[in-house]
Design a binder for this molecule. Structure first.
Ligand SMILES: [Fe+2]
Ligand SMILES: [Fe+2]
Length: 167
């Protein structure tokens, strides 16, 4: 999408653009999660991230199904927002020495990612519904539910032990 061209003419275009945005984001998350898993020390955190990596691979597949249903080619569009979140996470992780503090930093970064996904899926579901594409909305809702569950698990983990250990 060019800054001065007007490629997004209607709600359907906006839906497709945002679908491409989250498709790019999910693919970037698949690429960056292994490093986070590697750096995490807490076994529950490691295992939680590992299982969300598998879910994330499935999010990519569900998005490909949504593209298919919609009759649009599955491709991504640069998403500087997710790139920024991931880059910042890597920068901060590089600055932390203490293992417990590093776990807390990883949880915070992972939650920033989840919240980004949650906001995108929220809009996409609303727009798909508005466009009469409940078939697309249903698939997107499955991704959203897994993002919310992952976010909740991270909160529980942070509150139960990681942050206390890091303090
Ligand atoms: Fe996801
Ligand atoms: Fe996620």
């Amino acid at each position: 999408m060019g800054l001065f061209s007007r490629d997004i003419k209607n709600m359907d275009d906006l839906f497709v653009h945002t679908l491409r945005d989250i498709y790019y984001a999910e693919n970037q998350i698949v690429k960056s999660l292994p490093e986070m898993i590697e750096k995490a020390s807490d076994p529950q955190l490691k295992q939680g991230l590992q299982s969300h990596l598998r879910e994330t691979e499935n999010h990519v597949k569900r998005l490909e199904q949504v593209f298919r249903l919609h009759g649009t080619e599955a491709k991504g569009v640069d998403c500087p927002a997710i790139d920024g979140i991931i880059e910042e996470a890597e920068d901060v992780a590089g600055e932390v020495e203490d293992r417990s503090v590093l776990d807390a930093a990883i949880i915070a970064a992972a939650q920033a990612v989840e919240h980004y996904e949650i906001t995108r899926y929220g809009s996409l579901i609303a727009w798909a519904t508005q466009l009469g594409r409940s078939d697309c909305a249903n698939l997107l809702k499955q991704n959203l539910e897994e993002e919310k569950a992952a976010d909740k698990k991270l909160t529980t983990l942070a509150e139960s032990k990681v942050n206390r250990r890091a303090a």
